[in-house]
Design a protein around this ligand. Structure first.
Ligand code: SAH
Ligand code: SF4
Ligand code: F3S
Length: 497
């Protein structure tokens, strides 16, 4: 693995930023987001109390975007812990402020810009405080960030975190520093993440990085680089270590987990996603295994049969459709059409039954989408009856295939109206799918106290539905059989039996 550091002093020009306020709020994310669930309305600060060890410097790390970013923040914390940084959730104590950013929609970038201007006022009070930008926005804007945001000292892309100590010492020396080199090999396989805000029960494991798919609307291939799979042994080892530390659930993360493919250097060992899933499921029957995101073009029957064989692999598949119309799917460069998607859903129903939960991402108002094509999205939703969905209106991203080749010609009001129709339909389907659980007993992994009362525990069943129940003698981390007696759009209520 080789990373060539690109660092240096950058001359700064006048900032020139125009911000449009696009995007509308979508349905609230569930307690645990999957890899695709971006647009965290505000950044999240996560700390690890075990790193409050009286070290000389304090790191304040705020993360935005998808779970890959949150998972990367745990790698960054690990690298910086070894460099003498404790984590803190107080800006007032911070010596180093890092924002791990997202570029997926314009709104995501605006949120970070606004946060940076707030941090600016802190910096006036504490001039010694260093400010850095990590993640996808750093990768997209590169050194332009330093020109546009004068207070930023450090810009580091997602494949360059090993270079952080060197870059920070450069900033300590009074320079600005940038490393946005993407790598074809970096998987951070050997770095043990410092788990941030951990409940000690559920954890994420990154199994791959980057994306080779080039969906025409998407910025991820540009911000995260080429797809690469992490050494299967290091993944299984990480799962074993988590079990030994008392964890009960892992989620395997990647932009397209179904194209996971790893081979040993001598070529004697080859592991595909179904095989990896099985290896992780075999680590312990008491460990639940989840994964995200599945790409409709790549999810195989072998994966579905592996899920069916292992009770501890959760029966929940995030299978983003994006649109229900084949012409729009072709323009999106998704490489499947509607009949293909429908067949994959039938395969899920055939192999895993009606109870397996399916969720999606949908984009309303993509370039040239007609009213009939929008209706096709609604009819696909009617057909599949998703348990949950993440719904967005199209936001053009600079540099993507769509930005270069297609006109963003659906008026904003039309995009918003179509999105509202998609959201309304999904609310109804979520309500119906949740209602099916009433009267049934579901095994719940208790993860936290309920937000409303410490007398109630909250957790999820295999299908990823949130279930709340009176805690009685149960504790966080227990598997509890709960009889569901009430359902809403977002949650189920029940009693331990
Ligand atoms: N790898 C995942 C998606 C990651 S991005 C997959 O292929 O399914 C998460 C979601 O954001 C996407 O599924 C898509 O619905 C949405 N998204 C991505 N780019 C977008 C854009 N330019 N405008 C609106 N939504 C977008
Ligand atoms: Fe983006 Fe498509 Fe890759 Fe998902 S599969 S990250 S939508 S390019
Ligand atoms: Fe994730 Fe946002 Fe980057 S969704 S991969 S953090 S652009």
């Amino acid at each position: 693995m080789k990373l060539l550091p690109l660092t240096g002093i950058f001359l700064m020009a006048q900032p020139l930023i125009t911000l449009d306020f696009l995007d509308t709020p979508t349905l609230p994310a569930p307690s645990v987001d999957a890899v695709t669930h971006a647009d965290t309305p505000s950044g999240e600060v996560r700390v690890n109390p075990a790193t409050r060890t009286g070290r000389s410097r304090k790191l304040y790390l705020e993360s935005y975007g998808c779970q890959m970013n949150f998972s990367d923040s745990e790698i960054v914390s690990s690298i910086l812990f070894d460099e003498g940084f404790d984590t803190t959730d107080s800006l007032d104590q911070a010596d180093l402020v890092l924002l791990n950013t997202c570029s997926i929609r314009e709104k995501a970038e605006q949120t970070v810009r606004m946060r940076l201007s707030q941090i600016n006022s802190y910096k006036k009070r504490r001039p010694g405080m260093l400010v850095g930008v990590l993640g996808c926005m750093a990768e997209r804007l590169k050194s332009k960030f330093l020109e546009e945001e004068k207070l930023v000292d450090l810009v580091v892309g997602p494949d360059a975190y090993r270079d952080l100590p060197q870059l920070i010492s450069q900033v300590d020396g009074g320079q600005k520093a940038v490393n946005v080199l993407l790598s074809r090999e970096e998987t951070y396989a050997d770095i043990t993440p410092v788990r941030l805000n951990s409940n000690g029960i559920t954890a994420f494991i990154s199994i791959m990085r980057g994306c080779d798919n080039m969906c025409s609307f998407c910025v991820v291939p540009f911000t995260r680089g080429r797809e690469r799979s992490r050494d299967a042994h290091s993944i299984v080892r990480e799962a074993q270590e988590l079990v030994a530390a008392g964890y009960k659930e892992v989620t395997l993360l990647g932009q397209n987990v179904d194209s996971y493919k790893w081979a040993s250097a001598d070529g004697t060992e080859q592991v595909n996603f179904a095989q990896l899933l099985e290896q992780v499921a075999l680590v312990s029957p008491a460990l639940r295994v989840r994964f995200s995101t599945s790409h409709p073009k790549d999810i195989t029957d072998e994966v579905l049969h592996t899920m069916a064989r292992h009770e501890n692999i959760c029966k929940y598949i995030h299978l983003p459709a994006q649109s229900g119309n084949s012409r729009v799917l072709a323009l999106m460069n998704r490489t499947y059409d509607r009949p293909w998607y429908e067949e994959r859903v039938q395969a899920i129903r055939r192999i895993l039954g009606d109870d397996c939960a399916i969720s999606t991402d949908m984009i309303s108002g993509f370039c040239s989408e007609t009213e009939e094509e929008h209706q096709d999205t609604l009819s696909l939703m009617e057909l599949v009856r998703y348990d949950m969905a993440f719904m967005f209106f199209y936001s053009e991203r600079p540099g993507t295939l769509a930005a270069r080749k297609l006109a963003d010609d659906v008026p904003l009001e039309v995009k918003k109206r179509r999105l509202a129709e998609v959201i309304a339909r999904q609310k109804e389907h979520s309500r119906q799918r949740n209602a099916r659980a009433v009267g049934q007993v579901h095994r719940v992994l208790a993860e936290n106290f309920s937000k409303r009362s410490d007398e109630h525990l909250s957790g999820r069943n295999s299908q990823n539905q949130v279930i709340i129940f009176p805690k009685k003698h149960y504790q966080k981390g227990d598997y509890v059989d709960v009889l569901v007696n009430e359902s809403t759009t977002n949650t189920l209520l029940g009693e331990a039996v």
